[in-house]
Design a binder for this molecule. Sequence first.
Ligand code: CMP
Length: 355
Amino acid sequence: MSVLPFLRIYVPLNALLAAPGLLAVAALTTPDMSGRTRLALAAVLAVIWGAYLLQLAQTLLKRRAEDVRDRPPAIIIDVLAVLVPLAAYLLVGAPDWSLYCAVWLLKPLRDSTFFPLLGRILANEARNLIGVTTVFGVVLFGVALVAYVIERGVQPEKFGSIPLAMWWAVVTLSTTGYGDAIPQSFAGRVLAGAVMMSGIGIFGLWAGILATGFYQEVRREDFVRNWQLIAGVPLFQKLGPAALVEIVRALRPRTVPAGAVICRKGETGDRMFFVVEGRVSVATPNPVELGPGAFFGEMALVSGEPRSATVSATTVVSLLSLHSADFQMLCSSSPEIAEIIRKTALERRGAPPMA
Ligand code: CMP
């Protein structure tokens, strides 16, 4: 148990607190604001700072030394969230001290799983990203050089040096087009058209590399998680390695809170479920409880009929769901499993129908 349980700040709240804080920081930069409003906004910042101070105290007191070593980014963010505004208040003073509360921008990153994921994607795709960035740099310099040669005589104030022409090249290559520098000569305009088109291609490549990397990393994480989860379903131990890989890709993990309905009697069934952890209750005349390793929802897939009973979670339940198309794939790759599922469906059908 935590040393200071009352100080524990729930993780999403920790990130959510940053939002009113940052809004207050932004509002305090508007010039025509009454003294009372300023005071109220400063009070909001003070309350949030206090909450973050409590969180820092909790983080430092609760964690054992090895945990502190394990999660340095979270602790660094907690320390910065408290120390930077305090130092600004003491050293910078009004009115600019509040600007330093913008360090709370880091708070949502503290417990986010997205940024470690992004880090892995960037590391995995570094070679391709560096390749495209190199092409971008080469095109940028080359285009700036050609624009300088073509336009320097016509508009020396905009294209009189390669760095000046480079600004135009970046704005055009990124297809931003501020319009502050426009080629006047025919050759310059032809060049601008070509630069815009190649810019679309380069940015498309970047987006494509990141999107593919993101997809692959998420698939990889899902695969590892499903692989661990299927160990809790003995039925799958009958599968050969190739079929196992296929089924791991097809299964979708899901956690259902206690009391929630998973499928309702009379609904069309497009998937079946495997219980990994927890228990579900099948609302037959004599209600049946199913636990880890069991499956349900197979009758609708086998017979094509509507759901025969309502199934709800008795406890928090961890499930793996299998879509009907993937169920057919499982049946064709493992006739043994198909037979077990069909037999179970027939036996359950034989049980007395619900009144
Ligand atoms: P389905 O009809 O698709 O949806 C409800 C599910 O409850 C059903 O598939 C079975 O998996 C399960 N079910 C129905 N009757 C029984 C029973 N008598 N014993 C265990 N499970 C059942």
